[in-house]
Write a protein that binds this ligand. Structure first.
Ligand code: NAD
Length: 436
């Protein structure tokens, strides 16, 4: 039985929901944090973080100590709700909205009329309208009362665009888009976010807001795909892709992005599919870009195998497993795909994965027959070939002496730059552009 009155309940206490709840609570609001995971609820109520995010610990523990943030597994009564549950890729390449449906099912019985319900999860176009329809189906009494002049439940979408590692800064400083189904809903959501947001708050309709978030990540994906395709073309033509891009970018209106081993993470590699799923006939370019980026890890593996030639029993040091530099996240990481495929296609080779940010060997690699993570020094000392997949700071200072005599494949172009400055000299150096 909930007796406390909450100004706000945040449903889903992950990377997005927990900092949101804590920042509102730190501003003096009475906030309930709701999660289906008991261990998350217990950790928050102890003032602890269930995951690592810089500068968040002190805000969470402060809000809990003040009594402004309370975590629970059941949705309470509240004036406003923010939903921040996962919306991963489904098998069909559309969005899996099952977490959202469960959250709506738990929330609907708590509505009394007049609440604000904000969807923050990244969602395909039309999701906010469907969310309202689901609530209306679950609570016909409230929608009938609103039609007779009673208080409306206002449903809006406000996508979150923060960067992990900078969440506590960007949640306050980023501009925010609010897509509302009603004018009043939009204004009420704007007023709520003004409590925590110093950036500009921009109002639009819900479908445009949903697309805004998807388009931001798709813009990145399409532009990275262009760079990745160039790198494959350069392999064919024997051109150094890094030098090519550097030269092209001297044009005042050209800014080609940098290629890499592929695209990973739970946003850029996922969100474009939500657009493709919504308008398959019209999104040929977006689909092609996804396919180019998804194919890049396989191209890297093929290049490594072809450069190794008959040395199929080589020891290969693979530097970096995460989906980008200086983080610990291996979700959808192209590096993990590359290591898995290398192990499968080169069964006699010894593959030594190195990543200072990843403490335990990802399960996918254990099942591919990889024994353990290696330290950088161990792996470099033993390696016949060195494959750089992530430009972690820890790898940038690898010296010429440590690479001497090895086959070096640099998919990020960081050592290539040094080489062109004359810092690295290798008997066999796969030009960075050959795989980059
Ligand atoms: N993490 C990011 O960098 C980021 C950035 C922008 C947008 N997003 C989007 O925000 C949404 C949330 O992402 P996240 O990274 O916070 O996810 P997450 O996996 O870190 O956290 C989600 C939380 O929701 C909980 N949950 C699942 N179903 C629930 C339910 N029915 N009721 C209550 N709790 C439930 C889970 O236990 C988990 O703690 C997703 O749509 C994601 O795409 C994430």
């Amino acid at each position: 039985m909930q007796t406390q009155a909450f100004n706000l309940a945040v449903i889903g206490l992950g990377y997005i929901g927990l900092p949101t709840a804590a920042i509102f609570a730190a501003k003096g609001m009475r906030v309930a944090g709701v999660d289906v995971k008991q261990s998350t609820v217990d950790a928050v109520n102890r003032g602890e973080l269930p995951f690592v995010e810089p500068d968040m610990g002190v805000v969470v523990s402060g809000a809990v100590t003040l009594g402004n943030l309370v975590a629970m597994t059941e949705v309470p009564f509240a004036d406003a709700y923010i939903i921040a549950v996962p919306t991963p890729l489904a098998e069909s390449n559309g969005a899996d909205l099952s977490y959202l449906s469960s959250a709506v099912e738990a929330l609907a019985p708590k509505l009394r009329g007049g609440e604000l319900v904000i969807l923050e999860s990244t969602s395909p176009p039309g999701t906010t309208e469907r969310l309202e329809a689901e609530l209306a189906r679950a609570r016909p009494d409230l929608w009938a009362a609103a039609a007779q002049g009673g208080a409306h439940v206002h449903v809006v979408h406000s996508p979150e665009r923060v960067l992990p590692g900078r969440i506590m800064i960007e949640m306050a400083t980023n501009d925010r888009v609010i897509g509302a189904l009603t004018e009043e809903g939009g204004h009420r959501a704007k007023k709520l976010y003004e409590v925590i947001c110093q950036g500009e708050i921009l109002l639009t309709d819900s479908t445009t807001a949903e697309m805004t978030k998807l388009v931001e990540n798709t813009f990145r994906d399409v532009n990275i795909a262009f760079a990745n395709e160039l790198s494959v073309i350069c392999d064919r033509l024997g051109i150094d892709v890094w030098r090519l891009i550097e030269l092209a970018n001297h044009h005042p209106r050209v800014n080609v992005l940098r290629p890499g081993p592929g695209v990973g993470g739970h946003c850029i590699a996922v969100d474009p599919w939500f657009i493709v799923d919504s308008a398959p006939e019209e999104s040929g370019l977006i689909r092609a870009a996804r396919e180019v980026n998804d194919a890049k890890p396989h191209h890297v593996v093929s290049r490594v195998i072809s450069l190794l030639g008959d040395r199929t029993d080589a020891t290969v040091a693979v530097l970096g497993l995460t989906f980008k530099a200086n983080i610990d996240d291996v979700r959808e990481s192209p590096s993990v795909t590359i290591v898995q495929e290398l192990a499968r296609r080169l069964p006699q080779a010894r593959i030594l994965p190195v990543d200072p940010h990843v403490r335990t060997l990802p399960a996918k690699l254990a099942s591919a027959g990889i024994d353990a993570m290696s330290s950088l020094d161990e792996a470099l000392a033993a390696a016949d070939a060195v494959l750089l997949l992530v430009d972690h700071d820890a790898f940038l200072d690898v010296g010429a002496a440590q690479l001497e005599g090895r086959l070096v494949i640099d998919t990020k172009g960081v050592w290539g730059t040094k080489r062109s400055e004359g810092a690295l000299v290798h008997p066999i150096l796969a030009a960075p552009g050959s795989v980059g």
